[in-house]
Design a protein around this ligand. Structure first.
Ligand code: SF4
Length: 266
């Protein structure tokens, strides 16, 4: 069995503790307006022809997104960085796209990584069948769980899916005892109004538990917007400015009222 992966990031320091290797898996049932990895949404491999003009010369190149990897391929990549991963108390992270979209492969990969002694993390939108989530819990040390909006109508409008399954899955993970970091993308005009921020803070306070280790506030940024053109996907965030450093510090203080550690960024 093989998994479809569109990017492998070595020496990553934003996808869990220590130095990590992050595998970005293809396929996501959501279509968030601000997604930084639109090439991760389609569950199929993609080839994009890009015309570049340098001076008077025009160059045509093909960029591909999505290659098939076996579990052994993954272990071989991790093996190359083993010393860095071990010494930094890092490990491996499966991100995406939505890694649970390839649940069969994810279970096998996580199982093999755990057997190999690696710390494992899964970065998820939470939008997946509870059965798939239950299958990976035994082999996942840390969940990076995205929390985007508590209002179902707005969640649907800006991500294309309801948040009901996501909130249920968060409850499932909170009861699993596995470490969780909740990641809140701070998106101006979508989820950053005072009333919603208060709701989010109260929700986290109500659901605070031993295994909810951290809140990561991820400021919206435009990195990735150029990919939309290349992959012929409409970009719907034109004109939206990224939150200022002052605003992010304000939000950090605000969410710290939960008593949970808050960090700006991953
Ligand atoms: S859940 Fe993540 S990968 Fe999927 S569309 Fe949203 S931002 Fe992109």
């Amino acid at each position: 069995m093989k998994g479809l992966i569109f990017s492998v990031k070595r020496y990553s320091i934003h996808d869990g503790p220590g130095i990590r290797v992050t595998f970005f898996m293809k396929g996501c049932p959501l279509s968030c307006w601000w997604c930084h990895n639109p090439e991760g949404i389609s569950p199929e491999p993609e080839n994009v022809v890009i015309d570049e003009i340098i001076g008077e010369h025009k160059f045509r190149k093909t960029e591909s997104a999505g290659e098939y990897y076996t579990v052994d391929d993954i272990l071989a990549i991790l093996g190359k960085d083993r010393i860095f991963l071990d010494e930094s108390k890092g490990g491996v992270t499966f991100s995406g796209g939505e890694p649970l979209h390839q649940a069969e492969f994810l279970v096998k990969a996580l199982k093999a990584c755990k057997a190999g002694g690696y710390h494992t993390a899964v970065d998820t939108s939470g939008y997946a069948p509870a059965g798939s989530l239950r299958r990976i819990i035994p082999f996942t040390d840390l969940f990076l769980f995205d929390l985007k909006h508590l209002d179902d109508t707005l969640h649907y409008k800006y991500t294309g899916v309801s948040n009901v399954i996501i909130l249920e899955n968060l409850q499932l993970l909170l009861g699993s005892g596995r470490d969780i970091m909740v990641r809140i993308p701070v998106i101006p005009g979508f989820n950053d109004d005072d009333s919603h921020l208060r709701d989010l803070r109260d929700f986290l306070l109500k659901n605070k538990s031993e295994n909810l280790k951290k809140i990561n506030l991820l400021p919206y940024h435009k990195t990735g917007s150029s990919k939309y053109k290349r992959f012929h996907i409409p970009y719907r965030m034109e004109g939206i400015r990224q939150p200022s450093r002052e605003r992010m510090n304000e939000l950090k203080t605000f969410f710290s009222e939960t008593g949970i550690t808050v960090k700006i960024g991953g």
